[in-house]
Design a protein around this ligand. Structure first.
Ligand SMILES: [Zn+2]
Ligand SMILES: [Zn+2]
Length: 77
C-alpha cells in the first residue's frame, strides 16, 4: 500500500501514487510573491530549504514566501 503523505489517501501502486501527487492539492505550495502554485517537490531539493521554482521570482522559505495551499485556503478551480 502506498499512502500520500500529504492527504493520507492510499493507492494500490506506486504509479498511482505518483500520478496523484501531480494533482494532490494538499501537496501543493503557493508563492505569495508571484502567485504561482507548484508541487512541493519542485520547490525543494532537500526538504529543508524551499524556494520558488519560478526563475523570475525570488520568493523563498516555507512560511516566509511559500505556503501550503491547504494552509492558506487558496481557491482552486
Ligand atoms: Zn494526496
Ligand atoms: Zn514565486
Amino acid at each position: 500500500m502506498h499512502t500520500c503523505r500529504n492527504c493520507n489517501q492510499s493507492f494500490q501502486t506506486e504509479l498511482a501514487l505518483e500520478l496523484h501527487l501531480d494533482t494532490c492539492q494538499k501537496g501543493q505550495l503557493f508563492c505569495q510573491v508571484c502567485g504561482e502554485r507548484f508541487r512541493e517537490g519542485d520547490a525543494t531539493q532537500d526538504g529543508w530549504h524551499y524556494e520558488c521554482p519560478n526563475e523570475d521570482c525570488d520568493g523563498e522559505g516555507l512560511k516566509d514566501d511559500l505556503y501550503h495551499v491547504d494552509d492558506v485556503g487558496v481557491p482552486t478551480n
